[in-house]
Design a protein around this ligand. Structure first.
Ligand code: SF4
Ligand code: SF4
Length: 454
């Protein structure tokens, strides 16, 4: 794609990066075939190619974001399916991140939108605030459809209440660190995260147990916090960089102290962002090198586990539908490891039809765009249920919350199943499932494909 940025514009590093990305796009439109919003809405401006044109026009002409640009960029899930499809290697993620930051700087949103976004940015990255908000959402659940009648923000408030679990998640019970099996095979840090330890503390506990059983010491890093992804996706660049710097400081201190073999992520949404810290902080002379080092040793927990020779004494033949989060398959291009590990643990792994299409979670998308997110969730659940699984496994807490709200089939994190099969306790909700029974005779039901999305 030809561009006409001036030399003065290109002196800005964000513009220079975006110009390079724009030049890579050859307008072929292959990406439209796998874009969830284009498939749902059928509008070229809700496709990657359409958004690229809008962003180019806005940046090249140094224009403040118009309401039309804001509408179509806001509707983008940042699922990055378009990056997997694009034959020219267009780095849509960096382009849309730049566009979102430009929108935040140049466009004044309506009062209700500003309020919702400020509230989400104030609450979600902080576990204690998030815990209080969850308590409020639980109290509001009996109100049923009433919150939806609130003027302007009713649909978003009711989406938040709907997404809250039906019971208050148990606080993580302080337990002594699991015993590290001998010989010691590694020393890693694991990001605790912000929403995940409140909603499902059992995930990181399962990961710690599994790693300890296999000789890997997991270091608790006190000063780390939210990875910054939630605010980053809302265009709050300064906030996102602050979160990134804080984590870089915490991890570098440990890397330069006793050393770390890896920094592990149990939420793939966080993994995509932390692996991008090197890019995000490239212009900060105090952090550029350190951030690059952090990104270089960051791995999804399944990438690290796949390098170990895990043993599964309680291997099971339970059919599991594996839902690959967009941040896993598109953001980090991790496809095989989680499925290979589950299969090694005996599970009968079933691929989900249309597995490349987002479930609608996408950070805070299911709160800010509840109508589109709801349609994507229903489609995802229908596709999952067509594989007749006993359990759904995934590697991202956002997808667990989103999909779990639409189905009765239990949904758990991949590491919870691996921990269970390797001798750990059953994940919450699966205590009555018999691991030893052979479920291999429960085939996926043959059903006709769902009608096209459009
Ligand atoms: S597939 Fe890639 S090159 Fe083709 S229009 Fe989409 S982004 Fe551009
Ligand atoms: S990130 Fe997802 S929703 Fe956004 S343009 Fe790409 S494919 Fe479409």
């Amino acid at each position: 794609m030809q561009t006409t940025f001036s030399l003065a514009q290109l002196a800005d590093s964000h513009m220079a990066v975006s110009e390079k990305i724009l030049r890579t796009c050859v307008h072929c439109g292959f990406c439209t075939a796998t874009c969830p919003t284009y498939l749902l809405l059928g509008d070229e401006l809700d496709s990657p190619r359409g958004r690229i044109y809008l962003i180019k026009d806005m940046l090249e002409n140094d224009r403040p974001a118009t309401p039309e640009v804001v509408k179509h960029v806001d509707r983008c899930l940042s699922c990055l399916s378009c990056m997997t499809t694009c034959p020219s290697g267009v780095h849509y993620m960096h382009l849309v991140d730049h566009a979102r930051a430009h929108i935040e700087k140049t466009h004044r949103r309506g009062a209700a939108d500003r309020f919702m976004r400020a509230l989400l940015a104030f609450v979600l990255p902080y576990p204690e605030r998030f815990r209080i908000a969850l308590a409020g959402a639980l109290l509001a659940k009996p109100l049923g459809p009433l919150p939806a009648r609130l003027p302007v923000i009713g649909d978003r408030v009711s989406a938040m209440i709907r997404l809250a679990p039906n019971h208050f998640p148990a606080r993580e019970i302080p337990t002594p660190p699991p015993l590290i099996a001998s010989p010691r095979r590694g020393r890693v840090a694991m990001l605790e995260g912000c929403a995940q330890p409140v909603l499902k503390p059992s995930i990181n506990l399962a990961a710690r147990r599994l790693l300890a059983r296999n000789g890997v010491e997991v270091i608790q890093i006190k000063r780390e916090g939210c990875c910054g992804a939630l605010v980053h996706h809302m265009g709050r660049e300064a906030d996102a960089l602050d979160f990134a710097r804080r984590n870089v400081d915490a991890w570098i201190a440990e890397m330069d102290g006793e050393g770390l073999d890896a920094i592990l992520m149990t939420a793939s949404g966080c993994g995509t962002t932390v692996k991008d810290y090197g890019f995000m902080l490239r212009d900060d002379p105090h952090y550029a090198d350190k951030a690059k080092r952090v990104s270089a040793i960051t791995l999804d927990v399944t990438q690290y586990l796949a390098r170990l020779d895990l043993q599964f004494p309680n291997a099971s033949r339970i059919p599991v539908a594996y839902h690959s989060a967009c941040s896993m398959q598109h953001g980090q291009q991790i496809r095989d490891e989680p499925k290979r590990l589950l299969a090694a643990a005996g599970f009968i792994v079933r691929d989900v039809p249309e597995g490349h299409i987002c479930c609608g979670s996408a950070g805070v998308y299911n709160i800010l765009q509840p109508e589109i997110a709801g349609r994507l969730r229903d489609r995802k659940v229908a596709n999952i249920e067509r594989t007749s699984p006993r359990i759904i496994a995934t590697g991202n807490i956002g997808c667990m919350t989103q999909i779990g709200g639409g189905t009765q089939i239990p949904i758990v994190h991949t590491v919870e199943l691996l921990d269970w099969a390797s001798g750990g306790p059953p994940p919450e909700g699966l205590a009555n499932m018999d691991l030893s029974a052979d479920h291999a005779t429960s085939p996926a039901m043959a059903r006709p494909p769902l009608p096209s999305l459009t």
